[in-house]
Write a protein that binds this ligand. Structure first.
Ligand code: CA
Length: 252
């Protein structure tokens, strides 16, 4: 398909609804012949002026601007009541209800955005190199993924047990994933192992990144207003250095 054809649409199945002889959907061709893979699309094409359309009794097409109303009569049923093969084409007195919607609308809502860059940060100690403006906690959200300490874009705590780094997202977010960049010029094991928290929710278990590499940690849309990188090496003391953290999510 050419890119300049305008917005892309998709046909979306909304559910299976009970019907009776008064008809939930009152318009359209009200004819058979709309079963099979192209059934929903063909029924849509025959119902263009209506918002919703439905297949009943294995491919009988009708449409309307409402569906499932009144809900006491046209009750929502289990999907199996509208057939087991996809796309569903309905059974006796059951409507497999569909609509057509803009594809970009759905993807815009579900696509996670970068939500950490430039936001307030903190860590378990002040940078020992703060005087040279190096190692600051803000260096992990400065948008620069340079992994060389000399690039002045990595954080650095003092040597301590259980060091951590944190970004305040300044609002509640569903966090989809957190990408972390490790240092490349030395000391890659300082991040091994680390844990990622969204608020108090942990994303997976222990993670590690080889020196000079980055890692994408999935957070499964856990909700919170901060993300923390926590290193636990028991009583062993070490500094924590991270060169960049990118948190992706959408407003909760
Ligand atoms: Ca950086």
């Amino acid at each position: 398909m050419k890119k300049d054809e305008g917005p892309e649409y998709e046909i979306k199945y909304l559910g299976c609804y009970k019907d009776n002889s008064s008809r939930d959907m009152k318009h359209g061709p009200k004819k058979y012949g709309y079963k099979g893979v192209d059934g929903p699309k063909k029924c849509h094409d025959a119902c263009k002026q209506y918002k919703y359309f439905a297949l009943q009794n294995n491919g009988w097409c009708s449409c309307d601007n409402t569906y499932g109303t009144p809900a006491s009569t046209y009750k929502k049923l289990s999907d199996a009541k509208c057939g087991s093969t996809q796309p569903r084409s309905g059974k006796g007195w059951t409507n497999a209800v569909y609509t057509k919607q803009l594809k970009s609308v759905t993807s815009k809502h579900s696509k996670p955005a970068l939500i950490s860059q430039g936001k307030p940060t903190s860590m378990s100690s002040r940078s020992p190199y703060a005087g040279q403006h190096m190692g600051l906690s803000s260096k992990a959200v400065d948008g620069n993924t340079n992994q060389n300490w000399g690039g002045k874009s990595c954080t650095h705590t003092k040597s301590m047990s259980n060091p951590w780094w944190k970004v305040d997202l300044q609002a509640n977010y569903k966090v989809s994933n957190v990408k972390v960049w490790n240092r490349s010029d030395c000391c890659g094991s300082r991040l091994d192992p680390f844990q990622v928290f969204v608020g108090s929710h942990k994303c997976g278990g222990n993670h590690s990144i080889k020196q000079g590499q980055s890692k994408d940690v999935s957070c499964g849309n856990k909700e919170g207003s901060s993300v923390k990188i926590q290193v636990r090496k028991g009583t062993k003391k070490a500094p924590l250095t991270i060169c960049e953290v990118k948190v992706y999510g959408s407003r909760a």
